[in-house]
Each structure stands twice: as C-alpha cells, then as structure tokens.
Design a protein around this ligand. Structure first.
Ligand code: URP
Ligand code: ZN
Ligand code: ZN
Length: 462
C-alpha cells in the first residue's frame, strides 16, 4: 500500500525534466506515472503544481561537532542535520579525524556514536593523519568491513593532521589498490607555516593576514602535487573546496589526459570574495576559512568550471563557529577557528545565483548538489536520483518563495551567517526523507527521525 503521492510536479533529475506523479511506498519510490488516479484516496497526497521535484541534496563535505582548539564546531549532528533538512539536503558526508597515535578503527567507532542522532542519512570520509605500520590494514578495514571507501588527507595543518608527500603517496597506493577515493585538502602546509612565522615576527597578526598567509598559488601548487602523486599511483582523487582559478587549470589538464580526478567547490568560493577581509575583527572573523576567499575573477572561473564540468560537485565545507569562538584569535589570526556554516543554504544560493542567472541549468543544479556526489561516493542510485527503487528522499521546490538569509532566522547553531542579508529566491516547500514528510511549507513537522549510516558495498569479498 502506497504511503505518499506527489502529484502534478515537474520532476528534475540530472538528465531529465518531466511531468509525472510519484508514488512512494516503504521509504522508496515505487512508481512514476502520468496516471495516478487509482492511487489517490486515503493516502497522503501533495499537490506539487508549479513546483520542481528534486532528489534530496547530498552534501559531500560537512564538519559537524569537529574538535578544534577553539572547542567543537558549533553544529552537532542534530542541529547541523536539522539545518541541512531545512535547506533540502537529506544526506551528509562528514569526516572521521583521529588524533595522532589513535587507531583509525577506534576513531571510526567513536565517530559513529557521535553521529548516531543525525537526522539525515550519513557516511564519512576517513582521514589518515599519519602513516604507521597499521595504516594500510586500517584503510582496508574501512573499505571492506565498514563500507567506507572514501578517505581525506590534508596537505595543510601540518602540525596536527597534515601529511608529508611520501605519506600521501603510501595512502594513495593502498586506496588505488582497493578501489577507494581520496579527497584532498590542497594547500602547501609547510609554506603556510613559514608565512605564519614571518608574519608573527613582524607583528602582522591582524585577522586580515589570514588570507595573505594562504595565497592562491599555495593552493594551486598543492593541487599540482596531489595530481602528480595520484597520477603516479593510479589513485582516484577528489579535490575539495577548490577556490582558485589556477588550480582549475591543473585539474582540467589532468582530466583531459584521462586522469580520474573530481573537483568540488563551495558556494562561498562562488559568491563571496576577498573584499570580506577589509574591516574590523567582527566583520572579518566570520570569513576566516581555509582556503580563504579569493578574487572576483576566481569566482567567475569557478562558475565556468562548473559549466564545463571541470568541477562536478558543490559541497559546503559546513564548519560553523560562534563569534565567541572566533574571538579566541582576536589578537592573533592563527588562533581564529577556520570555517563557516552553509549547509542550509547550498541549494537556495545555487538556484538563485546559478539557475536564475542562467549560469547553470536546473538539471545541472541537481547533478552537482545531489547526483554527482552520490555517484562519486558510491551512494547512487539509492541517493541522488528520482527513479523507481531509489530512496524516497525528495525535495519539492517552490521557485517563487524567497527570503533574506540571516543568522536571526537560520537553523544553523551560530550567531554568524556568512550570507547575512543576501536575498534568495526559491526554497524547499517540502522535504521528504525515507518517504516521510519532514518539512512542510517551510516548517519542520516531524523531527522524530533518525538517519542511517550508509554503508557502501566495496564489491571486495572480506
Ligand atoms: O576552514 C575550513 N575549511 N575549515 C574546515 C576544515 C577544512 O579545512 O576543510
Ligand atoms: Zn579543508
Ligand atoms: Zn572541510
């Protein structure tokens, strides 16, 4: 017996736009039809006339409850996933970041406990933060036993979690052999540390120096190194939060040579620029993130790279902090926690500034925010698709209902919103997860939900 009927909407997938009614049963899409009359009656029916129907968003890059020297990022898995749902995102990919000296297995198990109240479905990228005699075995354990074939290494943050190039090579060799994917934070960590020391010795510790200490060429040089190592080892690469035009040239070149490399950017690198670093501490601190915001020319280059498929995925790098936490670095930018929230705004920002400005089509919006992240990380077609058999994670999009973004009204747990005052058009009218209506007319009507940990079948026999 069907549980939900969505009638008269325009279904938008990565490849198709069609009129059709969706019948949901047992948390899955059971049927897509032009003739749903025999199903109406005593099942919940939503009239989606004038609305678009998207597969639920998949955000491949969020940091809920991330431990930092300024305390945890201010969204935990409950508040962060609630904000995600309000924005039309029904699947999150977060991270497992062990302490050096801690086993990856222990860190994965602990993280699963931290995430167990997540309202959306979720999985992780696992970060090796050092190379030890156990790393190879632990990475294979993640893939084979845990169903986590995605990893992430940091080329920055060398003193805590960043890896040396030779360690990266070893990690890549293991992942290449086992068929996983390696996400990489590309910034040359040693060079950044040198700039930090020089700036400190010259007393240049004002918040604006954060961006000067992380110039674009240190990102693009790291991209070049990561591509070379991945090419040598045959490892599939996913370059996170690309912010600089020069990085795109290297990525484009590698892709044209047939290298398996995917690229991600984030709304902040498409829509905001380094002018945010002009001002006093309170004005600048919200935008302290790594990599930092770049020039307007970089924004334009990133939009072009989405259009020409150099970039396949848009995540948020959601990592919010409160102003109180940011203040820890008031007199020394090196102590400002890096990161900003955005999980709630990804779809509405890309719809407003991508689709409505004709930079991307509606299908491309769906592809970069849902279908491609699901495909790249092994979640497709359960996630990222409107098709018979897919999970009934569905967004009914009202193209007309807009708002002004503000920390006063958002659901992210922070008094900061980096998109404060921006007017958007279009928003999720209904958000459906596992066939249950969670958001209705922009209000959460059901928070008694629990997300699932998504195990990816590696196809390798254990
Ligand atoms: O500034 C950022 N991006 N913070 C979150 C951690 C990371 O580097 O992705
Ligand atoms: Zn990063
Ligand atoms: Zn991140």
């Amino acid at each position: 017996m069907a549980s939900l009927l969505i009638k008269n909407g325009t279904i938008v997938t990565a490849t198709k736009t069609l009129k059709g009614d969706i019948i949901v049963n047992n948390g899955k899409i059971e049927k897509i039809t032009r003739d749903s009359e025999s199903f109406s009656g005593n099942i919940k029916t939503i009239d989606a006339s004038g609305k678009y129907i998207f597969p639920g968003g998949v955000d491949p890059h969020v940091h809920m409850h991330l431990k930092t020297s300024a305390g945890y990022s201010s969204d935990d898995f409950i508040s962060g996933s609630k904000a995600a749902l309000f924005g039309g995102t029904t699947t999150l990919i977060d991270f497992v970041t062990p302490e050096r000296g801690q086993s990856i297995i222990e860190a994965v198990n602990n993280r699963k406990v931290e995430a167990e109240n997540c309202l959306t479905d979720y999985t992780f990228h696992v970060s090796p933060v050092e190379w030890t005699e156990n790393t190879s075995e632990e990475l294979n354990w993640c893939i084979i036993k845990e169903g986590i074939p995605s990893f992430k290494i940091y080329m920055a943050y060398k003193s805590s979690i960043g890896l040396e190039d030779e360690e990266i090579r070893k990690v890549m060799e293991v992942i290449a052999k086992s068929g996983g994917t390696l996400a990489v934070h590309c910034e040359m960590g040693d060079a950044i540390d040198v700039l930090h020391s020089i700036f400190a010795s010259e007393g240049r510790l004002n918040s604006k120096y954060h961006a000067f200490s992380r110039p674009a060429y240190l990102e693009s040089e790291a991209v070049k190194t990561a591509l070379k190592l991945a090419g040598d080892t045959g490892c599939t690469l996913y370059i996170v939060h690309v912010s600089a035009a020069d990085s795109l040239s290297y990525i484009r070149q590698a892709q044209s040579m047939g290298q398996k490399v995917f690229a991600e950017t984030c709304p902040q690198y498409l829509l905001l620029d380094k002018s945010k670093y002009l001002g006093n501490f309170r004005e600048v601190a919200p935008y302290i993130m790594s990599p930092p915001l770049r020039k307007p020319e970089d924004n334009q280059a990133l939009w072009k790279a989405i259009a020409d498929n150099t970039i396949q995925s848009v995540g948020t790098d959601h990592c919010p902090f409160t102003m109180e936490q940011k203040k820890l670095g008031k007199d020394d930018f090196r102590k400002i926690p890096n990161g900003a929230g955005g999980v709630e705004h990804r779809l509405e920002l890309l719809y407003t500034f991508g689709v409505l400005t004709n930079r991307i089509s509606l299908n491309r919006l769906v592809e970069i925010t849902s279908t491609n992240p699901a495909k790249i990380f092994g979640l497709y077609p359960k996630k990222g698709e409107i098709a018979v058999g897919s999970d009934a994670d569905i967004v009914i999009w009202n193209p007309d209902r807009g708002k002004i973004i503000s920390a006063k009204t958002h659901h992210q747990n922070s008094d900061i919103n980096i998109y404060e005052g921006i007017e958007i058009k279009g928003s999720p009218e209904y958000v459906i997860k596992d066939g249950k209506v969670i958001i209705e007319k922009g209000k959460m009507i059901n928070d008694d939900i629990k997300g699932k940990f998504l195990k990816v079948d590696s196809g390798i026999n254990s």
